[in-house]
Ligand binder design. Sequence first.
Ligand code: BES
Ligand code: MN
Ligand code: ZN
Length: 489
Amino acid sequence: MLDIAFSDASLPASGTIAILAASGGAPAGALAALDAAVGGALTRAAKATGFGFDAAKTCVVLAPGAGYDRVVLVGLGALDALDGAVAEQAGVAAARALSDAGTSGVVVADGIAPDLAAHVALGVVLGSYRFDSYRTRPRKGDAGPLAAVTVACADPAAAQAAWQPLSAVARGVFLCRDLVSEPANMLRPPEFEQRILALRDLGVEVEVLDRDAMHKLGFGALLGVAQGSDAPPRTVIMRWNGGTDGAAPVAFVGKGVTFDSGGISIKPAAGMDEMKTDMAGAAAVVGTMAALAGRKAKVNAVGVVGLVENMLSGNAQRPGDVVRTAAGQTVEVLNTDAEGRLVLADVLWYTQDRFKPRFMVNLATLTGAIVVSLGVERAGLFSNNDGLAGHLSATGEQTGEKLWRMPMDASYLELLRSDIADLKNIGGRPGGSITAAKFLECFVNDVPWAHLDIAGTAFTSKATSHAPRGATGFGVRLLDRMVGTYYEG
Ligand code: BES
Ligand code: MN
Ligand code: ZN
């Protein structure tokens, strides 16, 4: 992760500078000083290009004079609308402009409060993310990763203090993105387990259930999905005990299908490679636990991830097979590609049964149908509890990891009645995300629960306001902030 330092707002004498300012009004502070030092080149460039310091918009001014290589003007938008989310987006934009030029730079944020300067730093870090593990040589014209950025602001000590917890969140987001970006041959359940064990360094307790342990617990649905793969499945339990001794924890559960071929109900070849990201729910849970532990959140939290590979083989699960879940209910598996709900059925039941949590939120790249409903802008929110759903929705708007609540009428459950078992694992194309959610609901007992279908938001084909192209880390900032706002202390 890129190094962030904070300094006072005196301007560097040369090099690359990104300078943040709000829209409306004449240039002030550092911007006015820098503009004067370069003979008004900045205001002339802004005028010539119609640049008005709108939020997260940039204007690059090359060699404006006085020894500067380039100055990037970054908009903060209207001051009365400036909040942490806007500051982050400006930071992301600054990082993009800086990394075009080289590996370091200064971001000047002199006109804003210290906590907003810290959010600018968070944006700079999130925008600088790259996954370079498998490059042995740089791409043509690549200046290399941003390695060090100094944020110049009015009160660097206060900004540094506000950055401390945010840096833990950034590390959680990076961990999530790294896991999602890994190719499926490099990250099968045992390797995923190893990556989670590293959280012990942060004070997280980690416990692993192997195939035998899951067999004893009756995880017939999860094990049915796993049986076609040579890679053994795992359920991994993470615990962060930062709250009152013995107080009921909050719980996060993730779908961790390290590759989803569809199984015998095999997927079409085109785009199948993207199914290496079918563990993004589990990655978000791991990233969230890392964020909470990294900033020593005053909460008891458990994260539980079900890790399996959905493959074909002579021993793979067949369409029509019946499995028995840990909850005791039987399921007729009519489509082996509807595997996420089978994995989650056992893990959700186990989590509520063992930990009796205050609430349980699961994340899963569960259905293609949610991408049809909501596109890539919002994840689907399904819940049996209005209070929890409200907390998630509100935090989604604040962090930009936006949700949209979907219906859960009892009548949808009728579509999951099987001829020979308690449930079948598909409900037909109409309302496909909703029947998937109703299936999960059968395994949560009466615990306050929410399911986030992140199939459209975990991975992006073009850069967004918070992430470069590729893995977004969706869910980590959302859940970390929801815990901080409503469940800590
Ligand atoms: N992992 C997929 C869902 C998915 C699709 C995630 C596209 C990301 C992008 C899931 O396991 C799946 O295959 N769902 C099926 C369910 C169907 C067989 C009922 C789907 O959505 O087609
Ligand atoms: Mn599938
Ligand atoms: Zn899947």
